[in-house]
Design a protein around this ligand. Structure first.
Ligand SMILES: Nc1ccn([C@H]2C[C@H](O)[C@@H](COP(=O)(O)OP(=O)(O)OP(=O)(O)O)O2)c(=O)n1
Length: 161
């Protein structure tokens, strides 16, 4: 079922994305910025904002406090950069006539198919490396030649972020 076990959450996310797209279209149109918002421009702007997001994390020490413990100012910046990424992503999808909410729901279904709980739980393996005899045949996915099976993730051994 599209939306999986939380259809209300998926519907709310789709509604928020649609509202964001409307507001961003209005923002650009009233500034006569549509001329600057070609797909390539929006993609590069998106990548630039991902870089700004990465800057917030880049010199944090390994094992240091994660984003939940950051200062109020840092968390404010985190919210802004995440928003910039989302705004450009939504604009890019719209400019490319991709129905992003619908595409996201469809992709989540694909992800569920690629990573069945009974095979993927506790494992960080790529789906092509999961031991999936039956699904492998059905979908013609096979491990890459020479690929080694990846080890299940041990919950106790997680790195701090
Ligand atoms: N041509 C533009 C310029 C800006 N924006 C919107 C989308 C982003 O949410 C935000 C990006 O603005 P800036 O380029 O000023 O970047 P920042 O907000 O990240 O500012 P700074 O670089 O100072 O952090 O504004 C836009 O839609 N189209």
């Amino acid at each position: 079922m599209p939306g999986g076990s939380n259809p209300e959450g998926a519907a709310a996310a789709a509604g928020a994305a649609a509202a964001g797209r409307r507001l961003q279209t209005e923002f650009a149109t009233e500034r006569d910025w549509d001329q600057f918002h070609k797909p390539r421009n929006l993609l590069l702007a998106l990548v630039g904002e991902v870089g700004e997001l990465a800057e917030l994390f880049q010199w944090k020490p390994d094992g240091g406090p994660g984003p939940l413990s950051w200062s109020e100012a840092e968390r404010g910046a985190l919210g802004e950069e995440l928003s910039d990424v989302l705004i450009y992503l939504v604009a890019l999808a719209s400019r490319c006539h991709i129905d992003l909410p619908q595409a996201v729901l469809a992709k989540i279904e694909t992800n569920r198919r690629h990573y069945p709980v009974h095979l993927a739980r506790g494992s960080s393996c790529k789906y092509t490396e999961l031991p999936r005899e039956d699904i492998q045949k059905a979908e013609s996915f096979g491990p890459a030649p020479g690929a080694t099976e990846c080890a299940p993730v041990s919950r106790g051994a997680e790195e701090p972020n």
